[in-house]
Design a protein around this ligand. Structure first.
Ligand SMILES: [Fe+2]
Ligand SMILES: [Fe+2]
Length: 261
């Protein structure tokens, strides 16, 4: 850890000077631990959508573990829809909305625009690790197979450049993961499979339209995509989480992220 960061952490030169050697060693260890924490991401579901440092879930008298709706979160209805998840669990969704907007501007088919709109839903609401695979599972029963397929494989294709279609290796990944980072073998294997598949370009378009440099002057509303969602997404009659689909439990986990069991 560099000296400037450490000084800021302890509250300045004066505060550091007032510490004895033991206190300084403890403060340094704590500062390094905190810095490490910042770089190890936790699943969104483990941080209760950013409220990890907020008050604990209020318990009723006689109750030891929390069960049911978390009063700190917007309450979900009995029959949640995709739009309700966007409003109460996925937000902020600028990355998804701006990516979908770009796909729309680029004149891509509705299925591809929907894939762009949903491609990272797992990152903000469920889990970042293998987010393409989790994201695909979450949407699979409710979209055309091509949409979930594209979401699954965008994860591996993200790491593999294809200059012929205008997709270089992301410069941001060099900054995030280091120059010498090499993805795990399964990423290469899945990207190779995807590259030879008939839906390759649908998945590749997710990578091409993946917007990381947000334009603060562009405000994109979910309303702009409600018609595309209506035509290309099938909300289950019982509500997401309650339809007995293979991924119903994943939606329920987002509804009740703090249930003890
Ligand atoms: Fe992604
Ligand atoms: Fe993305």
């Amino acid at each position: 850890m560099d000296r400037r960061k450490f000084l800021t952490y302890v509250g300045g030169v004066g505060a550091l000077a007032a510490m004895n050697a033991n206190q300084k060693a403890d403060a340094l260890e704590q500062a390094m631990n905190d810095e490490l924490e910042k770089r190890i991401t936790k699943p969104a579901i483990c941080t209760t959508y950013g409220r990890e440092s907020g008050p604990r879930v209020p318990l009723k008298p006689g109750q030891v573990y929390h069960m049911g709706h978390d009063p700190r979160l917007p309450r979900m209805s009995d029959k949640p829809t995709l739009l309700e998840f966007f409003e109460k669990r996925f937000g902020p969704s600028s990355h998804l909305l701006q990516s979908a907007r770009l796909a729309k501007i680029n004149g891509l088919p509705e299925k591809t625009i929907l894939a762009c709109l949903l491609h990272d839903i797992s990152v903000g609401s469920y889990i970042k690790t293998d987010h393409g695979y989790y994201g695909a599972q979450l949407v699979e029963p409710y979209v055309d197979e091509e949409v979930s397929w594209a979401i699954r494989y965008h994860q591996s294709l993200r790491f593999i450049p294809d200059e012929a279609v205008g997709y270089p290796y992301p410069e941001a990944y060099i900054r995030y993961f280091g120059e010498d980072y090499k993805p795990e073998p399964y990423i290469f294997k899945d990207a190779e499979y995807a590259r030879n598949h008939k839906w390759y370009m649908t998945s590749r378009q997710i990578c091409i339209n993946d917007v990381y440099s947000f334009d603060p002057n562009v405000v994109v509303s979910l309303d702009d995509f409600k018609d595309i969602i209506a035509r290309n997404w099938r909300d289950p009659e019982q509500g997401l989480g309650y339809d007995n689909s293979p991924c119903a439990h994943m939606w329920r986990t987002m509804i009740f992220p703090n249930n003890f069991l």
